[in-house]
Design a binder for this molecule. Structure first.
Ligand code: ARG
Length: 585
């Protein structure tokens, strides 16, 4: 059990003693890390919350709680301000945990009490359209969540729900037949398909008669025309090949690629079912789901406010011409995931512009009686340094591959400067790890809901809140052990914590067990990213204040153990974010 969980449990039983019947049955105390170490390690506001209903003075209740807590072997507790309880832990408490962590593969992180089947829907680019920086956020956040959830013992299914059945195929099919450059398709499939799509788009704008031709190609595809089906299949195959290459470079892998087209046959019966159950109905020829009045208007995803009035905002699931929509496919996809994969939770890592869509989908599920932990894990946009949407100089969207290439080549320069003597092959591997790590960390260290500015210099800096800083910290620790020689070491479990910097490093190490599970509460990898940065800083302060190799005896052994554990936590933490630690840099 983590330290704050232990403190909370002790508090619960002390409060029970003091308040007896007056303690609300559903109350559970919480201990949270103190913002400022002057107030100790953890803090609880339980006495303040409970004082009023118990008709007591908060400080008096706090004092009686402290009396009931008695002497604890974890640390001391005191009252602060209007009735906060501040807990200050004994260095021995940290030391004991550090010893235990040294023997624990999981570094103190307990697996989830109730393992769940969690489907994570992320990346999901569209065929014949490039994977641009907007998809970067989904891809990187989704992968980090998958890694953390797996580590927590959940059964995770990652699914790349690619857009492989859209209206864009009308143009693509026409372009394929009239404009395709087969040798370019071989060389760079994603790029050539995009090029074809753009050309046809331009032509359509100039010549209006082309659009119906494209539409006719789409209708032929939808009716199962064998030539068009075969072209469509080739488009998907070459796109997948191109994407696999990028995912490989990112070390991101999917269990399934169930694109939109996988659900085509399920759409008509789904709409029929919703009609027969009275959830959907006809409106101007289309089939729609309207509000059922379950929510207050402010929370109802099927209503919008216009000029002070609530107007219906239906979810259309079949157009008047019989065509199905994005929403229809998502409802069918959700069915499949809950019925076939038995998903308890489904997390959609998709930009916040699609918030309304997901609120409607989840609410239709409520109407159908389907329950689960369905989350739209939204995120904001990536901005350029001018704080406008991130674009290339020519104004195009930036392709993900270009971002990765640039990151790696910039990382290479950093390594050239830092370690000119490194063998070339190693330089290449390290540049990949550092460049890609930098892009990932820049993403993951942000609050996902806010827009962030893409800044090469900042993300590759060796001193800031960056992946290279973490990787460099790890490298520094590994080099301490290289100096000691290569013989495998036994790490001492006898931990001595005397210096403040030493105690603080231990405090941070122990916190790993609290931070990792917290990432999943609200799908926020930035909690882990911020923690790793703080840990690395704590290590640097420790390393400045406390000689390691130049100290002696049991102090030296204890400090080496702290170094070892820091490198393990950094390495594991980086791995959970999809960032590769390196031995040298
Ligand atoms: N292909 C979509 C896009 O690029 C994202 C799909 C997200 N997943 C989903 N189940 N709707 O916007």
């Amino acid at each position: 059990m983590t330290i704050p969980a232990l403190l909370a449990r002790q508090l619960d039983s002390a409060l029970k003693q003091v308040l007896g019947e007056n303690l609300p049955g559903d109350f559970h105390a919480e201990a949270t890390p103190s913002q400022n170490l002057r107030f100790g390690d953890y803090q609880s506001n339980a006495a303040m919350v409970l004082a009023k209903p118990a008709r007591m003075n908060p400080r008096a209740l706090a004092q009686r709680t402290i009396d009931a807590l008695g002497d604890s072997d974890l640390g001391t507790v005191e009252i602060a301000g209007p009735g906060f309880l501040n807990f200050r832990l004994h260095p021995e408490t940290f030391a004991a945990r550090i010893s235990a962590m040294l023997d624990d593969e999981r570094l103190g992180v307990e697996p989830a009490d109730k393992p769940e089947t969690i489907v994570i829907d992320f990346s999901a680019p569209n065929v014949a359209k490039p994977m641009h920086v907007g998809h970067i956020r989904s891809t990187i956040i989704g992968d980090a969540l998958a890694r953390v959830a797996r580590f927590m013992g959940h059964h995770v299914i990652t699914d790349n729900h690619i857009g492989d059945w859209g209206t864009q195929f009308g143009m693509i099919l026409w372009g394929w037949k009239h404009l395709l450059d087969h040798s370019r398709l071989e060389a760079d499939p994603i790029d050539e398909l995009l090029c074809v799509y753009k050309k046809v788009n331009d032509l359509c704008r100039k010549d209006e008669s082309l659009l119906p031709e494209c539409r006719a190609e789409l209708v032929k595809l939808q009716r199962g025309d064998s030539e068009n089906l075969s072209i469509w299949k080739q488009c998907i195959a070459v796109t997948k090949r191109g994407l696999e290459k990028i995912y490989g470079q990112l070390d991101i892998h999917f269990d399934y690629w169930m694109g939109e087209s996988a659900y085509n046959d399920a759409l008509a019966p789904l709409v029929q079912d919703l009609i027969s159950r009275g959830i959907a109905r006809e409106s101007d020829g289309a089939i729609c789901v309207f509000s059922d009045g379950f929510h207050r208007p402010e929370e109802d995803p099927f209503l919008v406010q216009e000029n002070g009035e609530w107007k219906p905002l239906p979810c259309i699931i079949r157009k008047a011409d019989g065509g199905f929509l994005y929403a229809t496919t998502d409802l069918a996809t959700l069915d499949y995931r809950t019925n076939v994969w038995k998903a308890d939770s489904i997390w959609y890592v998709v930009g916040i512009s699609q918030e309304q869509h997901f609120r409607q989908i989840f609410d239709v599920e409520r109407m159908r009686g389907v329950s689960g932990d369905f989350r739209h894990v939204g995120f904001g946009s990536i901005l350029g340094k001018d704080r406008r949407p991130f674009k290339t100089r020519s104004g195009d969207t930036v392709s993900l591959q270009d971002v990765l290439d640039e990151a790696v080549s910039r990382a290479k320069k950093v390594i050239e400067e830092k370690s000119p003597d490194m063998p070339d092959a190693e330089k290449e591997t390290v540049a990949q790890a550092v460049g890609i790590g930098a892009v990932k960390f820049a993403e993951l260290s942000q609050n996902r809901l806010t827009d962030y500015v893409f800044d090469w210099d900042k993300m590759l800096s060796l001193t800031g809140d960056t992946a290279p800083y973490l990787q460099n910290s790890h490298v520094r620790i590994r080099s301490i052990f290289r100096k000691l020689g290569s013989a495998p070491r036994e790490f001492s479990r006898e931990i001595h914590l005397r210096e403040n910097a030493e105690i603080h490093l231990a405090r941070m190490l122990v916190r790993f067990a609290e931070v990792v599970p917290a990432v999943l509460d609200d799908c926020r990898p930035n909690i882990l990213a911020a923690y790793l940065f703080d840990l690395a800083r704590a290590f640097h302060s420790f390393y400045e204040a406390c000689p390691v190799l130049r100290s002696e005896g049991s102090v030296r052994e204890s400090r080496l153990s702290l170094c070892e554990l820091t490198s393990r936590v950094l390495s594991r933490g980086m791995n959970l974010l999809g960032i590769h630690p390196t031995e040298r840099m």
